[in-house]
Write a protein that binds this ligand. Structure first.
Ligand SMILES: [Zn+2]
Length: 308
């Protein structure tokens, strides 16, 4: 049986963008509840996420940007950085654990303690550019983990697979000039943040899907385009920007995936890792806002990671 880690931290509940905001702490509670109800807690290893260290964050974000984020944390109430993205007193505590989770997962896998990991963290990260918070994101968790694999563990090639309904503009911005990182994104288009289709560099594999796309068409293009692109890069570790807002029940987007599609995509990614001679996969939560479909999809994804 595969050893799968589940990494989270109570501090990830502290970030609060207001009572009506869809990116809320109830998302993590729904995942935890479903995990226990499914009996999965017997079969996976639980870890608390450490805080990311400053030097780990600075591999991705400039120091001035990080200092500005810390300086913008309000003493009370909520401070908006843009109409979608706001800070509360607990935001940086949560963000540091979110970034730390992916780094920690990378370390556990490289030490051989686990085969793969899912990080149930918030705030999400894939819209955060080098020096810009946007789209509910402050620090790019998956990019910080990927750079850690390259710089701290000496890997030469890694990949980021992003199946969130939104294009991961931040991850693309960060790795635009770093061909060690292949980014494969499959997302609704045209749709927020309206990026991902203009002249992507050769190591970016972007697959825009029209609104209304269902699982059969998603699987076809994933098989035909994403899997061969990943294989050709021969990544030594694969990161997943695991957003579940492309689910049929999630009103944030207009794609029609269901749990079985997430299981299938997870198995494809595991297959690529096996073809590349390893089992190293770090999956980090991005979007997913319908609490029921989010929790069901995450549990299905973890079951696939863990061969359960
Ligand atoms: Zn999203």
């Amino acid at each position: 049986m595969t050893t799968t880690a589940f990494i989270t931290h109570r501090d990830c509940w502290l970030h609060d963008m207001g009572s009506m905001h869809p990116e809320c702490a109830d998302r993590l509670s729904a995942i935890n509840d479903r995990l226990i109800a499914a009996g999965l807690d017997m079969y996976i290893s639980f870890y608390d996420a450490p805080v990311a260290e400053r030097e780990q964050i600075l591999r991705v974000h400039p120091a001035e940007y990080l200092d500005d984020l810390v300086g913008n944390v309000p003493e009370h109430g909520i401070r908006h950085l843009d109409p979608d993205t706001a800070m509360s007193p607990g935001t940086m505590k949560a963000a540091l654990r979110s970034a730390g989770a992916g780094v920690f997962a990378t370390d556990l896998i490289m030490k051989g303690e686990i085969e793969n990991a899912f990080c149930a963290v918030r705030p999400p990260g894939h819209h955060a550019e080098r020096a810009k918070a946007m789209g509910f994101c402050f620090m790019n968790n998956v990019a910080i983990a990927a750079r850690h694999a390259l710089e701290a563990h000496g890997l030469e090639r890694v990949a980021v697979v992003d199946f969130d309904v939104h294009h991961g503009n931040g991850t693309e911005d960060i790795f635009r000039n770093d061909p060690r990182v292949m980014m494969a994104g499959i997302f609704q288009h045209p749709f927020y943040p309206y990026s991902g289709t203009d002249n992507p560099p050769a190591h970016m594999c972007n697959v825009p899907l029209p609104a209304g796309t269902r699982g059969d068409a998603f699987r076809q293009v994933f098989s035909d385009v994403v899997v061969p692109a990943l294989r050709s890069h021969n990544p030594q570790m694969i990161f997943i920007s695991a957003g579940f807002d492309a689910h049929y029940e999630d009103d944030m987007g207009s794609l029609g995936l269901v749990e079985a599609d997430y299981v299938w995509a997870t198995e494809q990614i595991k297959g690529v890792a096996a073809d590349c001679g390893h089992t190293r996969i770090v999956s980090i939560l991005e979007g997913g806002y319908s609490l029921s479909s989010l929790a069901r999809s995450v549990v299905a994804h973890i079951k696939a990671l863990a061969d359960l």
